[in-house]
Each structure stands twice: as structure tokens, then as C-alpha cells.
Write a protein that binds this ligand. Structure first.
Ligand code: GDP
Length: 531
């Protein structure tokens, strides 16, 4: 066998065993708890017995600045990786706070699947719905985990109905709970009809899971068992079976019930990820041509994060490997400029911990430190050139003018603003009218401004003054329309620094609607909604 063929076989095999996914949920649904439970259970079951990432909470939750700690929110995201049987799971963490949803959206562009985590008492909540929309937009298939089943919650059939009615996903349960709200007894596997009894640990902690035959369970549970069996019959009658094509096509979602805190039903979720979640596949380039996973190395920057390590004040570009084998030290080409990029300091990032990475395969995430030229969306490759489609920017809803407090520090000011822009921490808008001294910052959530102010002062040594602007709506436009819009009252036109996109800001939606009505030929395009 030739070495080229051997390498391509190795890449296909490695890609095929990877599952790269994120958990989408509303704050408090149990994302951190589930993440920890997945890592712990995978480690207990894994044949290799290795948890590469830290399973403990401190390792899972990233905290890189005081602000984050004082607010108790997670702003950055990192990667957790664990073996499960022969599969290798890459779990990309996402920030929990709604204001950083843009960051979450970028992470979702780097995964092949998602777990939608619901609180059994609450069902679909605001943040889950928004994140679901992003998954739908990016064709990311979803497995649903209904959490906190050990506590009183809603009826399972009612929750399935809510999923169908509100987000249009056909729900296909893989297991089914036995017991009534507040008196949970266990789960029936729909695949083989077996029952796993839930025995809560006194004083909390990990519950015992005892496998029982259907006969024994029926004898022990009586009416509760009967009810569950009737519900299962109903599910079969309405055709709530998993259809792989419908799942990967975003029409259907496999649903699992469980409880992350007592770690019950979590191994069934690991099984579902291993069995059903899609491995990395050929990724279409900007022209729609798919680049096979076995092709020479290519990847895309989906996130740039600075200030993660206080001691070093460095930045890290996160790259999702799309094809080929990454080898530390290889020189890659940057798609936008054709310039070379040396990768001798490549790292993997697990929570706060970083280690050197020597090789990586499709589905993996590689961190490259201090690569200041790299911006979100950049394509990197070895061998034949490839440009991946840009990661969509989300419609900002908050706008502020930013000036250096000390005009003598303009150099620091400019460097800071450029860095924050390239990271996507905030969108930077410019116009000839306003000049470079006072760019407009556009954010999806107002907390982003706090991050900017904090970092400009502490990291770039240029405190800033932020002034609110009276604009609430933002649309994309083109050069011809921009010229006309710029002359109108209640409108201002900007160029987005990072992409060159022309954006028109409107004072409010009434002004916007009036202009749309009066000038139907103008190009006024909705951006991907985030808020
Ligand atoms: P996140 O904000 O989504 O990361 O949520 P957390 O993982 O911090 O969980 C929020 C709260 O719900 C915490 O108090 C958890 O202990 C609790 N919790 C999470 N999963 C479960 C569960 O399965 N059962 C119960 N009873 N509580 C849970």
C-alpha cells in the first residue's frame, strides 16, 4: 500500500470515530452538570479508560477574567474530549450567558451535531429556541436530552408535543420514563424493552442504575409500568420511531430522558452520540464543492480568544480541522492572504488546561497561540487551496461610539480595537463621516461592551469612553442603496471593518419600515437574527 493511501485510510478511520458536538440549552437547564456527567461516565466505561479533559467542574468551566468570575458566567468556550468505546467525543463548550450568544453561534459552526438539553419542568426556553434556530440554519442535527427527571416536571408526552409544535421537530424517544412527576422509577429502552431502575442515592450523588427484565419490572411497578407501556404503544402507533435520514436532515430528533445530577440515563446519551451523531463529513467550500475528509489538511478558524491566560496575555485561534491530518510544525497557508503560518506551538485546550498537540484529525479543534493575523472565518490549508464559507455574522442590536479616554494613546486604542474586532468580541463599524478616532461598536448583547471596556483598559492600556447611540435596527445593504440611505433622516451607513459589508443603521423599526415601504427597490436585507 502506498504511503499516501495509508495516510488517507488513517484519516478516514480517525474521522469516522469522532463525534464533535455542543450542548445547547437555556442557563440552569444543567449544561455544566451534564458535561461533567458525560465525562465521568465515558471515563468509567471507556475501553481506553482515558479522560483527556478534566471531568471536574473547575476544568469544564472556563473563567479568564474577574468580570466573568464575579458575575458567575462563562464567557469563553473550550473543548472537552473523551473516549467512549471506540468513539472519540469532542464536546465544544459554549458560553452560557445570552449576551455571548454570538460566540455560541460560532462554536455551532464548528460542530457536526448538537445535544439540546431541556429542563423537564420548563421545556423549551428562550435561549434554547434561539440556539435551535442557529442549528437549523447550519444544518446541525440534534439529539434531545430531557434533564432533571428525578424532580417533579411535566408529562413526557406533553414535552414531545411541545417539541413538535414549537420547533417542528418530529420527536423520536429512544427511552421512556416510568413513574409520575416527583416519583421517578426508571427508564425503558425502546430498542430492547429492557428496564433500568432508578435508585436515588441517599443525600444526593450518583444514583444506582439496576437493569431488570420487563417481567420483573411489571411485577414490581404495577400500574406505573402499565401506564408507561400504554404510552409506548401510543408512540409506536403514531410512528415516533427514529429515522436516521430524518434526524441528519433536521426533520426529527431522537429524545432521551434522564437526570444529569444523579448521572442517570447519561450512558444512554453517550450511546446515542456514538451510534447516531454524525462523524465529520466532506465540508462544502465557498463554491459549494465538498472537500473530502481524506483530502490534505484544511481547517477554519471559528473563534479567536485573547486574554485567556493572565500570565501571558496571549491570544488563541481555535481551528476546526475539516480535512486531512494536522501535524504540529507544518506550515499552513492562510486563505485570505496566501501567507504562510507556522504551527509549531499548536495546542489543545481543555477547560483552562492547555497541552501541546502533535496530530489532529477532522472533527478536532486545534488552538494556535499568538497568531495575530488570524480572524474568525479564516480558512487554512496545506496543499490544494480551499476557502470555506464565512461564518455568518449576527445582527447586532446595540450600538455605541467608542473613543480613547486619553487621545495620546491612540496607537494602543487602535491596536486594541483591531484585536477585539478580529476576535469577534464585538463588531467594529466605520464611516468616513465619523473617522477612525471614533468607531462604532456593534454588539448582539450589551455585556459585550463591558468586556470591551474592561479589556481596552487592562489589556491594551487604553481606557475608553463609550457613548450610546440612538440606533436599534441594523440591515445589510449594497453600495448603490447605501448612497441613497446615507442621505435619509434616521439612517446612518457604515462599513463593517472585518468583512467590508455595508450596514445601514436605523433609529427604530418604524423608521425602517417606512423606508422599506417608500423605497421598495433599495437593498435592505435582514441579517441572521441573534437576539
Ligand atoms: P447550566 O447553567 O445549564 O450549566 O446548569 P447547571 O449544570 O449549573 O445546573 C443548574 C442547577 O440544576 C444546579 O443546581 C444543578 O445541580 C441542578 N441540576 C442539574 N441537573 C440536574 C438533575 O438532573 N436533577 C436535579 N435535581 N438537579 C439538576
Amino acid at each position: 500500500m502506498s504511503t499516501v493511501k495509508a495516510k488517507s485510510d488513517e484519516v478516514s478511520a480517525e474521522a469516522a470515530r469522532r463525534r464533535t458536538f455542543a450542548v445547547i440549552s437555556h442557563p440552569d437547564a444543567g449544561k455544566s452538570t451534564l458535561t461533567e456527567a458525560l465525562a465521568v461516565q465515558a471515563a468509567a466505561i471507556s475501553t481506553a479508560g482515558a479522560v483527556h479533559g478534566k471531568g471536574d467542574r473547575a476544568g469544564v468551566t472556563s473563567d479568564w477574567m474577574e468580570m466573568e468570575r464575579s458575575r458567575g458566567i462563562s464567557i469563553t468556550s473550550s473543548v472537552l474530549r473523551f473516549d467512549y468505546h471506540d468513539a472519540l467525543l469532542n464536546l465544544l463548550d459554549t458560553p452560557g450567558h445570552a449576551d455571548f450568544s454570538e460566540d455560541t453561534y460560532r462554536v455551532l459552526s464548528a460542530v457536526d451535531g448538537a445535544v439540546m438539553l431541556l429542563d423537564s419542568a420548563k421545556g423549551l426556553e428562550a435561549q434554547t429556541l434561539k440556539l435551535f434556530d442557529v442549528c437549523k440554519h447550519g444544518n446541525v442535527p440534534i439529539i434531545t436530552f430531557v434533564n432533571k427527571w428525578d424532580r417533579p416536571g411535566r408529562e413526557p408526552l406533553e414535552l414531545l408535543d411541545e417539541i413538535e409544535q414549537r420547533i417542528g421537530l418530529h420527536a423520536a424517544p429512544l427511552n421512556w420514563p416510568v413513574g409520575v412527576a416527583g416519583d421517578f422509577r426508571g427508564l425503558i429502552s425502546r430498542a430492547d424493552g429492557s428496564f433500568t431502575k432508578f435508585i436515588p442515592a441517599p443525600g444526593g450523588g450518583r444514583a444506582q442504575a439496576v437493569r431488570m427484565s420487563a417481567e420483573d419490572a411489571a411485577a414490581e411497578l404495577g400500574d406505573l409500568w402499565e401506564t408507561a407501556v400504554e404510552e409506548l404503544t401510543l408512540l409506536t402507533e403514531i410512528g415516533a420511531e427514529l429515522d436516521m435520514e430524518a434526524y441528519t436532515g433536521g426533520i426529527s430528533t431522537p429524545v432521551l430522558f434522564g437526570a444529569a445530577l444523579p448521572q442517570f440515563g447519561v450512558s444512554a446519551l453517550l450511546d446515542a452520540l456514538e451510534t447516531y451523531a454524525p462523524p465529520p463529513a466532506a465540508r462544502p467550500d465557498a463554491k459549494g464543492e465538498p472537500r473530502p475528509v481524506e483530502a490534505p489538511f484544511s481547517g477554519q478558524v471559528f473563534k479567536v480568544q485573547a486574554g485567556m491566560d493572565k500570565a501571558h496575555r496571549d491570544s488563541l485561534a481555535f481551528i476546526r480541522v475539516c480535512s486531512g491530518r494536522f501535524e504540529r510544525g507544518m506550515t499552513l497557508t492562510m486563505g485570505s492572504t496566501g501567507r504562510g503560518l507556522v504551527t509549531k506551538h499548536a495546542q489543545t485546550v481543555f477547560g483552562r488546561d492547555r497541552t501541546t498537540v502533535d496530530t489532529a484529525y477532522p472533527g478536532d479543534v486545534v488552538g494556535l497561540p499568538n497568531t495575530h493575523g488570524l480572524t474568525v472565518g479564516e480558512s487554512l490549508y496545506d496543499g490544494p487551496a480551499v476557502t470555506y464559507p464565512p461564518i455568518p455574522a449576527f445582527a447586532p442590536e446595540h450600538f455605541m461610539v467608542c473613543r480613547a479616554k486619553d487621545v495620546g494613546k491612540y496607537k494602543q486604542f487602535r491596536r486594541g480595537i483591531e484585536q477585539l474586532d478580529s476576535e469577534g468580541a464585538v463588531q467594529v463599524l466605520r464611516s468616513d463621516v465619523r473617522g477612525d478616532q471614533a468607531p462604532v461598536l456593534a454588539a448582539v448583547g450589551p455585556l459585550q461592551f463591558e468586556v470591551v471596556a474592561h479589556r481596552m483598559e487592562h489589556e491594551f492600556n487604553s481606557p475608553v469612553v463609550l457613548t450610546t447611540m440612538d440606533f436599534n435596527e441594523c440591515r445589510m445593504t449594497d453600495a448603490a442603496s447605501a448612497e441613497q440611505l446615507a442621505k435619509m433622516r434616521g439612517v446612518e451607513v457604515f462599513t463593517r471593518s472585518l468583512t467590508g459589508d455595508l450596514l445601514a443603521l436605523f433609529t427604530d423599526k418604524w423608521r425602517l419600515r417606512a423606508i422599506e415601504r417608500e423605497y421598495p427597490d433599495l437593498k435592505i436585507e435582514q441579517m441572521l437574527a441573534a437576539g
